[in-house]
Design a protein. Structure first.
Length: 239
């Protein structure tokens, strides 16, 4: 399985990192490309979902049902995850499930990452994930630069927990879908539920809504938060 690249860093960094929304470039405008049409949310580039911003974030969690993905190409790669940091900072403490199409068929694999360290993939023998499984993920700051990352597949009956050290700013918390290759498989609609930040609803932090894009084309759409502020959907549009 290819390395799950995490690219998020400072907002002023290069094109491989998350950046604040900007007007289309002159070249893009000349081609009739619109990076931020009014009917969409903030351009998240390779991120979709919600990012809460501020300071002192200590926990984030969410649950989802792993979608059945259809590969468009062997370049398709995406993951739903939860994490602290990454939206405007140079670290990310995160865990989720990656779906990789490099073999020609979707392969699901649980993982966590303390970026800038390399991602750690969990054994598919001990921690299998299939489409339709109920997944819960959380990242919790345990103090003294320690983070506890927890991933549960309640359908399969397993839980993986690890605690890692990292000096980080804790200036954002996210519930996200991401394609490091900028190429999403067709995942249909993914529903996040029970999304909380610091023990409160995700919506209580007025998070930024992000739609992923690549080459001037929006690849998925993030819905509004539900009435409780703890749920939303990401819906595949096209490559």
């Amino acid at each position: 399985m290819r390395r799950f690249l995490i690219r998020v860093a400072t907002l002023a960094a290069a094109a491989t990192t998350l950046a604040v929304p900007a007007a289309p470039s002159t070249a893009a405008a000349a081609q009739g490309l619109s990076f931020r049409p009014l009917q969409y949310n903030t351009n998240g580039y390779n991120w979709g979902g919600y990012a809460a911003t501020g300071s002192g974030f200590t926990s984030v969690s969410a649950t989802w049902t792993e979608p059945r993905a259809t590969c468009n190409s062997t370049n398709d790669l995406y993951a739903p995850w939860v994490g602290i940091d990454g939206y405007g900072s140079s670290t990310v403490e995160q865990t989720g499930v990656a779906t990789d199409c490099s073999s020609g068929s979707p392969v699901n694999q649980a993982w966590y990452e303390m970026y800038p360290s390399a991602p750690v993939y969990l054994s598919t023998g001990s921690y299998p994930v299939s489409a339709g499984d109920s997944i819960s993920a959380s990242v919790t700051y345990a103090g003294s630069n320690r983070y506890t990352l927890k991933l549960t597949d309640s359908t399969r009956g397993w839980t993986y927990t690890t605690t890692k050290n990292l000096s980080a700013q804790r200036t954002s918390a996210e519930v996200i879908i991401e394609s490091p290759t900028g190429s999403y498989p067709n995942f249909g609609t993914l529903s996040f539920t029970s999304a909380t930040v610091n023990g409160k609803s995700l919506g209580s932090y007025s998070p930024v809504a992000l739609d992923p894009s690549a080459n001037g084309t929006y690849e998925a759409r993030t819905s509004a938060l539900n009435s409780s502020g703890t749920g939303f959907t990401d819906t595949y549009l096209h490559r």
